[in-house]
Design a binder for this molecule. Structure first.
Ligand SMILES: *[C@@H]1O[C@H](CO)[C@@H](O)[C@H](O)[C@H]1NC(C)=O
Length: 245
């Protein structure tokens, strides 16, 4: 295992490539579907890589052919399993479909291997392809930590605790590290402090001001720094009590 880890960190030093290098889009003829805006990320290294793109409500008869293959070497094309957006029930209110996303899952990607993904929108009028290079290590982005809790320890210390995202499968071989952000307002202007990385799932914060309300959030990142930190977790608020006279 340590041999793999050192290979990973060596290769990390050598790469400096953009996360998704878009190299071609094609759309023919002019009334063909619009080119899907595809976004890919790996939320459980090295098991799960997902790509998503928005549903286009004005092109109802569009379907998608989604394939990927190694950029160099093996010419075999794999199908990415496509999951359509969940139909919104009429009772759910909002008529906007902007947050409706198609999803597809790439399986068995090899480590440190360049792939080409091809998402082709097909409608009766024609087809449009989104083509991009991707390497899993560049696009690692875990889901945010869950179950963030904060409690008061002896007047001015806060204990922040959280759990790793359940989607990250192998915490033993690929551990996560965490960053904390806490924010407050000082006479109307927002202040923010980032701390970390931490390898534990709890941290004690000291030197906080009595009477002040803090907002706390945590993000998770692959331990060696592959890819990026997750989105911030949903905020948790706590007010540090004023000390008794
Ligand atoms: C992308 O996929 C479409 C649909 O399978 C195919 O027609 C097209 O040739 C592919 N493009 C490339 C460059 O492989």
């Amino acid at each position: 295992m340590s041999a793999l880890l050192s290979t990973v960190s060596l290769l990390l030093c050598l790469q400096g490539v953009p996360a998704l290098d878009l190299f071609r889009v094609t759309r023919t003829p002019a009334d063909a579907p619009i080119i899907p805006r595809v976004h890919c990320w790996c939320n459980s290294y090295p098991d799960t890589t997902l790509c998503s793109w928005p549903e286009t409500s004005h092109e109802p008869h569009t379907h998608y052919i989604t394939t990927y293959r190694e950029r160099h070497g093996h010419p075999m094309t794999n199908n990415c399993l496509v999951i359509p957006p969940t139909p919104r029930s009429p009772s759910s209110g909002s008529s906007s479909s902007s947050d409706q996303e198609w999803l597809c899952q790439l399986s068995d990607l090899k480590l440190f291997t360049d792939y080409i993904i091809n998402v082709t929108a097909v409608s009766p009028a024609g087809s449009s392809s989104f083509l991009s290079g991707l390497m899993m290590e560049d696009i690692v982005k875990p889901d945010p930590p869950v179950d963030v809790r904060v409690s008061l320890q002896n007047k001015r210390h806060l204990l922040v605790e959280w759990s790793p995202p359940s989607s990250w499968r192998d915490l033993e071989i690929f551990p996560l590290k965490y960053h904390i952000r806490y924010q407050w307002e000082n006479r109307g202007s927002p202040k923010s402090v980032n701390l970390g990385p931490f390898e534990s799932t709890s941290v004690e914060l000291k030197g906080l001001s009595p009477g002040r309300q803090y907002q706390l959030q945590v993000c998770s990142r692959e331990l060696m720094g592959l890819g990026s930190c997750s989105d911030w977790s949903s905020p948790v608020y706590i007010t540090v009590p004023r000390t008794n006279p």
